[in-house]
Write a protein that binds this ligand. Sequence first.
Ligand code: PFF
Length: 544
Amino acid sequence: MEQKRETWGGTIGFVLAAAGSAIGLGNIWKFPYITGMNGGGAFVIVYLICIFLLGTPLMLSEIAIGRKTARNPYGAFKTISPAGSKFSYVLGALLLLQAVFMIYSGVDNVIDNGTNSGMIGFGVISAIAGGLIIWKGVAMVGLFSILTGLAILSYYSVVGGWILEYVYLSFSQNIQFETVADAKEAFGSFISQPWKVAILHLIFMVLCAAMLWGGIRNGVERWSKILMPALLLLLIAVIIRGVTLPGAIEGVKFFLYPDFSKLSTGSILEALGHSFYSLSLGMGIMITYGSYMKKQENILKTSVYIIILDTVAALMAGLAIFPAVFAMNYEPAAGPSLIFQVLPVAFNHFPGGFGWFWAGLFFLMLTIAAFTSGASLLEMGVTFLMDQLKWGRKKAIAVLFVVISALGVLSAISIAGWENIPWLKKAFDFCFSPDYVKGSFFDVLDYITSNWCLPLAGMMTAIFTGWIWTARRAARELREGDTNRLMDTNILLLLSGFRKEPFYRQMLYSGLTLTTLWAILTRFFAPVIIFFVFLHSLGINLGF
Ligand code: PFF
């Protein structure tokens, strides 16, 4: 007999679990430095607009798809649109057409110049995707999201392992670097020890698996209710220490002072892409978490809570990092070096000592953030196997653990040097151009998933909700549990702060409700805008 599907125990549990997925390395590591580089407060304003116009409607759509179908992303798409729909033929045919062009141009390039432009590999991927969509229907988009998520987990957990090492180094007082050069050297020699990194990655994966072991209510929800408040407290503690240092205000200024001259079209597209990544959208995570939601929960309200928590965490992360860096007179660097090389040195020079302790708290907080996000990615795969193959939870966790860990070990080894796994390097060079395969396997996975797969899957999810499931039916799901009829709130009334003037009261009946706005954003705005983000992240400049 089929077991009844679990549900979240309550609203708070669901919100904290989803916020656990959303708040991750993207918030604490990436957001602060891209903000710093793109005009501080000016970028924050653009980012907030993106969250409102793109993040929120997509979050609503994903949760609604999940709750309506009570299935993993693959099963959910399949339930709503079974194989053989008109749309799947059109989408599949487009992908096949694209494949023909790509392979043709790739082969042409090899014949003419003798070099591989990378098009053959991408063409083959397109052909496989197109064929599968024609054969099995739009559900393949769901499968694509799941595979993307699992690929992300395989390298996300490698970074998780690095962070675990830094927690240990901090609390054992082995992180007292004098200069950034020292810290850089220590970091470089650490990540080039493949087996050490691989083992740390495995420990991180064990933690993720442990969180899911007890199920939704007794695993994910229970852990999230403890870990998320802990993360917040740690963040507050680090902020207080940082902003009370003399000279800290320079860091706050760097992070928040709006410098519109540094804002380019590129920054706007970057903000869009990041709003997406930060909210764990486009990968079926929210479909998965939404599939365990009860009918009486209010999707709009819970989404707004999740989004507020995610945004506040990102802003707080900037306040935890920049004041400390500036007060100690360091340059705010970008990328991994900010967290692993500059920050530990800044902490080490705190007046009054105990820098190692603050570094420890910071890395502990980062561990929690990365860990709850990693677990959500694993949960998506677990839910998929449980739904589709009728596996038990523990078997699903065990099998995925082995597969993802193996991929992660390859990433870990490749960072130390591609030459350690020559067959993989050869395969990549053969399929894609060496231009794409500049970094390690780790970099390649990150590049392809973040810039290619995520926007593509997100765009298809928006089109799917707006046009195939149709906004009308999706809106019915959004209204379910919306006892206060928030979705019917008139936008002008909302903007006016609910002043009950006759004009606004009239507008209440005008039909310009939150539901209408959501439908417009989902059907038109999101697909078009994500398409531009997609081109931008592939490095295609449209000349504006
Ligand atoms: N939202 C996470 C972050 O900001 O770090 C990253 C992430 C987790 C992205 C899970 C996507 C995902 F499915």
